[in-house]
Design a protein around this ligand. Structure first.
Ligand code: GTP
Ligand code: MG
Length: 196
């Protein structure tokens, strides 16, 4: 119910444009085109909430969605998209690093990985980063609709095992925005952070 209340609030190019750093928020991170915005829309049960695109690099700011009171979800810009000018890419990286490292109200990161390309360099960095600063991380292995059931299960097991070494305590689940797989499981994980 909480997630259905999500409303677009603002898109920030700079950290100072973000809402006051109070209350609780959860950020969606992942490589460009992994399916972050689609997952966010599915979890909030609102098709057009966050803008999705076939073109990688669609989300270029930190997009803030209000849930209720002082609770928020944040759609982070996709990481590692090659066709963006280097200066802009560096800016994103600094922005994301500063956000993750400095935001007091941040309760956890939902890391979105395409199940066909799990644990790319960025994902590894993000997991180690979460481990280093003690930030909870829950991984959605999305687009499992593109894999056979067997492949999805074995990829999940292998990724979970490797992830445990990079970031003990991080959790992982299968997900599909298209086939609505794992939606409630994801909601429960995020809700647990926001409810604390
Ligand atoms: P950026 O904002 O550019 O970083 O991308 P993003 O991570 O927000 O990805 P987005 O949600 O825009 O989705 C990228 C592409 O993947 C779109 O063409 C989506 O339709 C597709 N996609 C997202 N989730 C799924 C899924 O669960 N299954 C399938 N088959 N396609 C998906
Ligand atoms: Mg996006």
């Amino acid at each position: 119910v909480l997630f259905r209340r999500a409303r677009f609030r603002l898109a920030a190019h700079e950290l100072r444009q973000l809402p006051d750093d109070t209350g609780a928020e959860v950020a969606f991170a992942g490589r460009s085109n992994a399916g972050k915005s689609s997952a966010l829309n599915r979890i909030c049960d609102q098709v057009g909430l966050a803008r999705t695109s076939k073109t990688p690099g669609r989300t270029q700011q930190l997009v803030v969605f209000d849930l209720d009171g002082d609770r928020r979800l944040i759609d982070l810009p996709g990481y590692g998209y090659a066709k963006v000018p280097t200066s802009l890419r560096d800016h994103w990286r600094e922005l994301i690093d500063a956000y993750l490292g400095g935001r007091q109200s941040l309760r956890g990161v939902v890391l979105i990985m395409d199940s066909r390309h799990p644990l790319k360099d960025f994902d590894r960095l993000m997991l180690q980063y979460c481990r280093d600063i003690g930030l909870p991380c829950h991984v959605l292995m999305t687009k499992v609709d593109k894999l056979s059931r067997g492949d999805a299960a074995s990829t999940l097991l292998a990724t979970r095992k490797e992830m445990g070494l990079l970031c003990p305590g991080a959790t992982i689940q299968a997900f599909s925005s298209l086939d609505k797989i794992g939606i409630d499981e994801a909601r429960r994980a995020i809700y647990a952070w926001l409810a604390d």
